[in-house]
Design a protein around this ligand. Sequence first.
Ligand code: HEC
Ligand code: HEC
Length: 281
Amino acid sequence: MRRILATLVPLGAVLLAGAAEPLVGEGRAAFRRGAGPTSRPCGACHVQGGIGGAGATVAQRQTPALWGVAALAAIPEGTIEAGVWGPGAPRGVTRGRVGYTEEGVGRFGWKAETASLDTLVANGCLAGNPPAAPVALTRYLHVLPAPVRLTDTPGAARGEALFHALACADCHVPSLGEVDGVYSDLLLHDLGADLAVRPPSGGSAPPPPEAHTRGREEWRTPPLWGLRDSAPYLHDGRAPDVSAAIAAHGGDAAESALAWRVLPAPQREAVLTFLDTLAAP
Ligand code: HEC
Ligand code: HEC
């Protein structure tokens, strides 16, 4: 099977430069060692040296894979903002909104609650305390390669066409700015009550979301690159496979998910074949 890099960013060059750089080695070590005696190393949750998919589920949040995070960080804010469809949108299926943070356009985390890798690292990700070598850690994140696209897979082209026909690509947009093959708009979408964060028992309904808050039903469209190697799926890891993840879509994706459910089995299979070409580097 042939693999091509899924992004236009010359990551091969970055990687070669990075491998020889002492700071990257220090960052890799810090990733595995942890911030201090009280906090878990990054690599305890982000398994396989930080580039793997499945890891710990913390407070109902599945650990995301970190491949290609540098490419996501480099996308200009205006490119993400331009993805919000106005009232004249051709389909009107999707109503994504930008997940603003105090620091600008949020792009990391299941609710796009963090705007930059620097901030994520400074917070020790979820731990809230700064790790020992933040500069080296950030440098390490910058040399992790982006996922790839497996080519020469029979049926994948047909599946990709169906992916567009089902309006999946309205949210999972193939390219964002210069980053090819990401399959995300990095916007927040209402995915319906079934996927909402469970309210505390006896709690009342939350107020409507404002710019800096997130509704319970709102999630950032996760990039689908690397999907083949990042099970389980969805924000809480409830979906053991890709079919289950698609079937769980509701809210603004309800029409798209309904179209998927009524699709004849061979065509559903073709979509899955296409999605299975989105692989880890
Ligand atoms: C206790 C487990 C845990 C540890 C330890 C941890 N992470 Fe995370 N990480 C997560 C989870 C869970 C998320 C998703 C958070 C969310 O959506 O609220 C995340 C998100 C991220 C993201 C954003 C990825 C994306 O595409 O949105 C980056 C980058 C990241 N972590 C890097 C790090 C680094 C660097 C460290 C070490 C300083 C670290 N993490 C330590 C569990 C962990
Ligand atoms: C309205 C926007 C929207 C549309 C349309 C949409 N999705 Fe999604 N998709 C999302 C969001 C948001 C999530 C994250 C939901 C969560 O984690 O609870 C998601 C999650 C996924 C996941 C799981 C990814 C992971 O890493 O966990 C897959 C696979 C997926 N979508 C495929 C599809 C396919 C195939 C279609 C078309 C049938 C589709 N989506 C249509 C927004 C959308």
